[in-house]
Design a protein around this ligand. Structure first.
Ligand code: MRU
Length: 347
C-alpha cells in the first residue's frame, strides 16, 4: 500500500529484526517500529503496536523465526517451546496467530533458516490471499453502493490489501461509486482511527459514524451492504470479530441488508465446532475508561472519559452466529456460512 507515495507492507522482517507500522500512533503519526528480538515482537503484538488478524499472524510467524534464530546464542535460558508459548500467549482470539506459529515452528525444527523461509511464506501468502478476497468481494458490490464496515479489516490489519476493505478498494478502481460508513469501533477506535485513515489515504469517500448509529441508517435505507473481517471462524460458520459486530449483524438481518464476512482460509478453525468454543480476549478496563488523542498542540494525550471510581469490562470480540451471515468471502471464493460449504474450502 502507498503511504506518502512510498510502498509499505504492515509488517516485515529484515535480518533478525521485525519491522511494523506502529498502529497505536495512527492516525496522528506514521512511524516504523523495530523489534530486534522475539520478546520485543511479543510485546508489540500484545500492546497492539501491530494488530489485525493477518498482521498479527505474520508478526507471530516472524517472532517464531526470530526465536529459532536466537536459539544458539541469546536464547540459552529459554527453550524454543517456551518461546512458542510466549508468542501464543500474546493474543488469544485471532486464529492466524496460531496458524502462523504452528507453520513456522514445524519448519524451524529442520533449521532456523527454514523457519525464516516459512515465516516469509506466511506473510507473502497473507497478502496474496487478501488480494484474491478483493477480487471475489468486488463482484458483490453494485455500481453504486453504500457499505458499512466495523473495526479495521483493511491493509493495516493484514500484510497488504486487507479483507473487508480489499473489495472496496478494487471496486473503486473499477470505477464503481462506493461510499463507506465507518463504525468508530469503541473502545480502541480502530474504525475512527485506522479505517478512516486508510480510506482517506486511498481517496475513498467515507464518514465515521458512532457505533450506535448503524440501526438508524439501515432503517433509513442508507446502507446497501455490510462487509466485516473475522478473527476466527468456527467449523459451523459462526464468526468471532471485533466487539459490536454481532449487533450490526442482527440489525442487518432485521432490515434485510446483506451482511458479508471477508477472511482468508487461515482464519478458519476446524477444531472449533461452533462459536461457543472460540476464546474471547478480555482487555484492560483502561481502554474503556480512557481515550487517547491529540491536544491543540498536536501532542498525544490520554484522558479519562468515564466517571472516576467506576470500573469497566472490555471483551474485545463477540460471536456472530452463522444464521446472520449472507456469505464468507475467502481467497478461494464465496461460501455460505454453513459447515458443508466451509468444508469444500479444505477438500
Ligand atoms: O483487536 P484488533 O484490532 O487486533 O482486532 C482484530 C481486528 O482487526 C478486527 O476484529 C477485524 O475486524 C477483523 S481481522 C482484520
Amino acid at each position: 500500500m502507498l503511504v506518502n507515495e512510498k510502498s509499505y507492507q504492515t509488517v516485515w522482517m529484515e535480518g533478525t529484526s521485525v519491522y511494523m507500522i506502529q498502529q497505536n500512533l495512527l492516525p496522528f503519526e506514521f512511524k516504523i517500529h523495530e523489534c530486534p528480538s522475539y520478546m520485543d515482537s511479543c510485546i508489540a503484538i500484545h500492546d497492539m503496536i501491530v494488530r489485525g488478524a493477518g498482521a498479527i499472524g505474520a508478526a507471530a510467524g516472524f517472532a517464531m523465526a526470530q526465536a529459532f534464530l536466537m536459539l544458539n546464542d541469546k536464547l540459552k535460558a529459554v527453550t524454543i517451546r517456551e518461546a512458542r508459548q510466549d508468542i501464543e500467549n500474546t493474543r488469544p482470539t485471532a486464529k492466524n496467530l496460531f496458524y502462523a506459529v504452528d507453520r513456522v515452528y514445524k519448519a524451524g525444527l529442520i533449521s532456523p533458516e527454514n523457519a525464516l523461509i516459512e515465516a516469509q511464506k506466511v506473510a507473502v501468502q497473507d497478502a496474496a490471499d487478501s488480494k484474491k478476497i478483493g477480487e471475489f468481494g468486488s463482484s458483490l458490490i453494485n455500481k453504486k453502493a453504500n457499505i458499512l464496515t466495523h473495526c479495521n479489516a483493511g491493509w493495516l490489519a493484514f500484510v497488504d490489501y486487507g479483507t473487508a476493505l480489499a473489495p472496496v478498494y478494487l471496486a473503486k478502481r473499477q470505477g464503481k461509486d462506493v461510499f463507506v460508513y465507518v463504525d468508530e469501533t469503541r473502545p480502541r477506535g480502530q474504525g475512527a482511527k485506522l479505517t478512516a485513515w486508510e480510506l482517506q489515504n486511498d481517496g475513498v469517500p467515507h464518514l465515521i459514524i458512532p457505533d450506535n448509529a448503524a440501526a438508524s441508517l439501515m432503517a433509513q435505507k442508507k446502507i446497501d451492504m455490510v462487509i466485516v473481517g473475522a478473527d476466527r471462524i468456527a467449523a459451523n460458520g459462526d464468526v468471532a470479530n471485533k466487539i459490536g459486530t454481532l449487533e450490526k449483524a442482527i440489525v442487518a438481518g432485521e432490515y434485510g441488508v446483506p451482511f458479508y464476512v471477508a477472511a482468508p482460509t487461515s482464519t478458519f478453525d476446524k477444531y472449533c465446532i461452533s462459536g461457543k468454543e472460540i476464546p474471547i480476549e478480555e482487555r484492560s478496563e483502561d481502554e474503556v475508561l480512557y481515550q487517547t488523542g491529540t491536544d491543540a498542540n498536536n501532542n498525544l494525550v490520554k484522558v479519562r472519559i468515564a466517571s472516576p471510581g467506576s470500573h469497566a469490562i472490555n471483551p474485545a470480540f463477540d460471536i456472530t452466529p452463522a444464521k446472520y451471515i449472507s456469505g464468507i468471502i475467502t481467497e478461494k471464493g464465496i461460501v455460505k456460512a454453513h459447515y458443508k460449504s466451509i468444508r469444500t474450502l479444505f477438500d
